[in-house]
Design a protein around this ligand. Structure first.
Ligand SMILES: Cc1cc2nc3c(=O)[nH]c(=O)nc-3n(C[C@H](O)[C@H](O)[C@H](O)COP(=O)(O)O)c2cc1C
Length: 209
């Protein structure tokens, strides 16, 4: 059985372009591989743990080998249980809106919480850094209001490069990117863009499942 984790990063549930394409990809994937279990994490419905002083203290206590206090251990357990979603999945689907040239703050919050040593990566002086999410596939659906194929626009893209870098850091190197662009340029353009992106999403689902 395959476990597919969908991480929803848009708060816009009805009109979200990233969710629209991601859901069509997932439906086709599940159609092709009916024993796929789909788990959805809506980052806007979750109470993401604060990365506050307590968690910071837990992090540095862990790094220095100091025993954690009860509160620190509780905070660390909450963080690990969130990261467990990533560990248990075979396929990670991120539906990611572009916000101010980068990812929405809820996704950054999630990444800051779960990206910890011995949780998503390990480090040793001999071997350096190694991501702990091995043998996984990621499918990232990027929604953008404007046209990022325009000359010079890519210099403003801190969405895909950031996601690629983070996923590589935690060990995920089999990464597929889908785009739905020009979503704020009117219904006609939006529709054409969604149709084009849907076709590519279905093709990708057929390749992967
Ligand atoms: C807070 C905010 C910031 C945005 N910043 C950008 C931007 O920098 N560039 C851009 O092309 N579109 C930007 N947009 C438009 C979104 O990328 C676009 O609406 C996209 O479809 C959002 O994804 P969604 O439809 O899945 O929610 C922004 C939208 C919001 C709400």
């Amino acid at each position: 059985m395959t476990t597919l984790l969908h991480i929803e990063c848009s708060p816009r549930k009805q009109r979200s372009a990233s969710l629209d394409i991601a859901r069509q990809f997932i439906a086709r994937y599940q159609h092709n591989a009916p024993d796929t279990e789909v788990i959805t994490l809506d980052l806007w419905a979750l109470e993401l743990p604060e990365f506050n002083g307590e968690v910071m203290d837990a992090k540095y206590a862990g790094l220095s080998g100091t025993p954690l206090t009860e509160e620190q251990a509780g905070a660390w357990a909450a963080l690990k249980s969130l990261a467990a979603y990533l560990h248990q999945a075979d396929v990670l689907v991120f539906s990611v809106p572009l916000w101010n040239f980068a990812v929405p703050y809820k996704l950054k919050h999630f990444i800051d919480v779960v990206s910890q040593k011995d949780v998503l990566f390990e480090f040793s002086p001999e071997h350096g850094l190694r991501g702990l999410l091995q043998d996984k596939t990621a499918v990232n659906v990027y929604a953008r209001g404007m046209d990022f194929s325009a000359p010079g626009a890519q210099a403003m893209d801190f969405q895909r490069p950031y996601m690629d870098a983070w996923l590589g850091f935690i060990g995920v190197t089999n990464v597929h990117s889908l785009y739905v662009e020009k979503t704020i340029l009117g219904p006609e353009i939006d529709r054409a863009s969604r149709l084009k992106s849907t076709a590519l999403a279905l093709l990708l689902a057929d390749q992967l499942a």
